[in-house]
Each structure stands twice: as structure tokens, then as C-alpha cells.
Write a protein that binds this ligand. Structure first.
Ligand code: BTN
Length: 267
């Protein structure tokens, strides 16, 4: 169990709890920035190592998937980004985000979240009883050919937020770790445990965490609507490809592979 102590998020406090090989060994904890992912992209250009992390108490231009904004009140949540220098082709990067979802879920289960309630909505939202607990955004810059120069995995998690204070409809749509566990959480300890499980998931790769992803998925087996760039389809979320794309059995019997997009679960 995590002690109920909302302490400062500082490099020294994170280091106290950290037992990773590389993730978070290099870390900057900021009071405010535009986006922690902007900071990590900049640090990457200046030679920051694989596993470098930036956190912020407040982001003035936090971003989510599909160009959406990511808003979080100052000081109560976790907003952080991780630099990965993977040896990957661009097509493989989406599967990193799925690994990130597995890593976050493993850390949260270890800290006492209920496995039946804490589910991954494809591709990488972490929901608790259908309410959003965390979101993950992966970005990359390409090098020569289609190889990835570096990838930045940005994670926003509702931690000690009292969601009852959010305006509707957010108070109904969001949930925090404090809501789930019934007490506040030390964010430095939480970050260290997240980094530990994220490192394991990234190193394993999607093929070796796929089973855990499937176990935690709330999307597989559901009727869904998928909104892609050029079309919207409905059908049964039947399976995943080896790279983590979603296979949807359309009502006309055909199969569509959704590599990127938003899904809505239908009843
Ligand atoms: C989503 O669910 O749409 C993804 C949200 C990702 C938010 C995090 S917070 C830390 C990092 N910095 C950002 O600007 N975005 C990500």
C-alpha cells in the first residue's frame, strides 16, 4: 500500500524510490512549462540519454491525442514525458504506446487498483469503471529512412485530484487514483513504480506484453464505433494485429484494420 503522504515531486525524492536500469535516472522536475513533451523533444536534440524524464506541476499547453488539449490542475496529478531512443521503424512506434498502457496498468495493480475495474480502452486510455484515469500520447522524430530518431511518450494521470471539484461533464468522466484507493498518493513513489513497470514493458516489446494487454483490454469483444481520418465504421472489436492495430468485424462481414483512431464503445 502507498502511504497517504502527498509529498513534493523532486528528482531527489523520485531517486529515493527508483529501481530502474535507465528510465528516470536522468530527470528534471519543473514547476511550469508548455508541455513536458516539448521539453523532452528539446532535451533529446541536446543529447539527453534514453530514459530521460521531465515532469511538470503545470502545463500551459498540455496536449492530448488527436490535437486535443490536456488540462490538469497544478500540483495534484502526474504529467510527465519519457525519452526513448529505440531501434525501431516508424510503423512500430504505435505499439510502444500499447506497451506504455500495460506498464501503467501493472504499476497501478501493484498499488492496489482492482484488475476488473482498471481497463485499457484501445489504444491506450486507462479507465476505471469506464472513467478516464490516465492518457498516453506518443510522438516521434524520424531519422534516415523510416527509422525513429527518438520517441517521446507523454503520460498524464489523475492522482490526488478531487474529481468532484471538476465542472460537468468532467466530474462524471474522470476519475483519480485518490478516488479509487480512498487516500492520497505520494507522487514520487508512484512515478518510480510507473517507470519501473514501463521500463519492463518497453524492453519486452509488444509481442511479449500482448497477453497482458489483452487481459486488461475493455475494447476487445465490444461493439465499437471507430472514427478514423477519412471514415467512421461500426462493428465488433474482434482482435489485435501483432503490431497492436485493432481488427473490427464490420456489420457487412468485412474486416477493417484500425491503426490509429478513436473508438467509442457501443452498448
Ligand atoms: C490523451 O489521452 O489524449 C493523452 C494525454 C497525454 C497527456 C500527457 S501530460 C504529459 C505529456 N505532456 C503533454 O503535453 N501531453 C502528455
Amino acid at each position: 500500500m502507498i502511504p497517504a503522504a502527498p509529498e513534493d515531486l523532486t528528482p531527489a525524492r523520485v531517486a529515493q524510490f527508483l529501481n530502474t536500469r535507465t528510465l528516470g535516472k536522468s530527470i528534471r522536475c519543473l514547476e511550469e512549462t508548455t508541455s513536458t513533451s516539448d521539453e523532452v523533444h528539446r532535451d533529446a536534440l541536446n543529447g539527453a540519454p534514453h530514459g530521460h524524464v521531465v515532469t511538470a506541476e503545470s502545463q500551459t499547453a498540455g496536449r492530448g491525442r488527436k490535437g486535443r488539449r490536456w488540462l490538469a490542475p497544478r500540483g495534484v496529478n502526474l504529467s510527465f514525458s519519457i525519452l526513448l531512443r529505440p531501434n525501431l521503424a516508424a510503423e512500430q512506434v504505435p505499439s510502444l504506446t500499447l506497451c506504455a498502457a500495460v506498464g501503467c496498468r501493472e504499476a497501478l495493480l501493484e498499488l492496489g487498483a482492482d484488475s476488473g475495474a482498471l481497463r485499457i480502452k484501445w489504444p491506450n486510455d486507462l479507465n476505471h469503471q469506464g472513467r478516464k484515469l490516465a492518457g498516453i500520447l506518443s510522438e516521434m522524430t524520424l531519422g534516415k529512412g523510416r527509422s525513429v530518431n527518438h520517441a517521446v511518450i507523454g503520460i498524464g494521470m489523475n492522482v490526488n485530484l478531487d474529481t468532484a471539484l471538476l465542472p460537468p461533464p468532467l466530474n462524471e468522466e474522470a476519475v483519480s487514483l485518490r478516488n479509487i484507493l480512498g487516500h492520497e498518493v505520494d507522487r514520487a513513489l508512484l512515478l518510480a513504480r510507473l517507470l519501473f513497470h514501463l521500463e519492463n514493458a518497453f524492453e519486452a516489446g509488444f509481442s511479449r506484453v500482448e497477453e497482458k494487454y489483452r487481459e486488461g483490454s475493455s475494447t476487445l469483444g465490444q461493439r465499437v464505433r471507430a472514427m478514423m481520418e477519412n471514415e467512421t465504421i461500426e462493428g465488433l472489436a474482434e482482435d489485435l494485429t501483432p503490431r497492436g492495430a485493432l481488427l473490427i468485424r464490420r456489420d457487412d462481414g468485412g474486416l477493417t484494420e484500425v491503426q490509429a483512431g478513436d473508438v467509442v464503445h457501443l452498448r
